[in-house]
Design a protein around this ligand. Structure first.
Ligand code: FPP
Length: 244
């Protein structure tokens, strides 16, 4: 398919799976895979931006990932610290807005400070939007949202009658961010793993056997090709008003 025939999704969400298995296949520790995975993230951000995608949300650490071995959790936290710095520099250069979704209160204070600076200093940027899910779980997000809604109802700033889908969405970590059009999961697993369950209600899903460290621009284009074909196949009204 020619690039100009692609229907570019506004928002792509990604489950970056398979770092551990990728490293193991090469006889290396799992943490080696995470390091390579972190490098791939920035390349894919640039490719996504270049293709015309406006928002990308990546699943870096789930609420369940704390159960991994201590060394792996520590390595991932160190990687996030380093990566947030790289992200900051990239954001300044490219007008990129960065937001972190998930429960930040459980993260180390230095990481929380880096996140605060990154979010604050890129708040007005109008280029590519990157959301990084750290200590994120969809159920946890919905419960946190619900508690805030109940508190607002109790202090009178929210009325129960005003609660609808849009209002609920505004209490989620993704408030103001459009729902993903396309969700990509690498490395062969066919699960949602507690990722953006509210936001993915109408998203197209694309699964690939490619491990995240091997994911690249060509793989991203393949996913968008599949997305383009689905849109053509499933009864959407075409520009000329005819049905496919
Ligand atoms: C899944 O691979 C990946 C993760 C749990 C973490 C994702 C993290 C990165 C890609 C690197 C860091 C990211 C940033 C933003 C700096 P897995 O460990 O579950 O692999 P496996 O399924 O093969 O075991």
């Amino acid at each position: 398919m020619n690039l100009e025939d692609l229907k570019i999704p506004t928002h792509v969400s990604i489950i970056m799976d398979g770092n551990g298995r990728w490293a193991k296949r090469q006889g290396k520790p799992r943490t080696f895979g995470h390091k390579r995975g972190a490098e791939v993230v920035m390349d894919i951000c640039r490719d996504a931006d270049d293709l015309g995608i406006k928002y990308m949300t990546i699943y870096a650490f789930s609420t369940e990932n704390w159960n991994r071995p201590d060394l792996e959790v520590k390595t991932l936290m160190l990687l996030f610290g380093k990566y947030l710095q790289i992200c900051y520099d990239e954001a300044m250069k490219n007008n990129m807005r960065v937001r972190i979704i998930g429960d930040k209160s459980a993260l180390a204070p230095d990481l929380q400070e880096k996140i605060r600076a990154l979010e604050e200093d890129t708040r007005t940027f109008t280029g590519f939007n990157l959301q990084i899910a750290i200590n994120y779980g969809s159920r946890d997000e919905m419960i946190r949202a619900m508690k805030r809604m109940i508190a607002d109802c109790q202090d009178g700033t929210l009325s129960v009658d005003d609660i609808d889908e849009a209002r609920f969405g505004s209490y989620l970590d993704t408030a103001d961010i459009p729902d993903p059009d396309l969700m990509i999961r690498t490395s062969g697993e066919l699960r949602l793993s507690n990722y953006l369950m509210w936001q993915h209600a109408y998203s197209e899903f694309y699964f690939t056997d490619t491990a995240w460290p091997d994911f690249n621009r060509a793989e991203l284009v393949k996913a968008i090709e599949a997305y383009t074909m689905r849109d053509r196949r499933y009864g959407k009204v075409r520009k000329d008003g005819d049905y496919v």
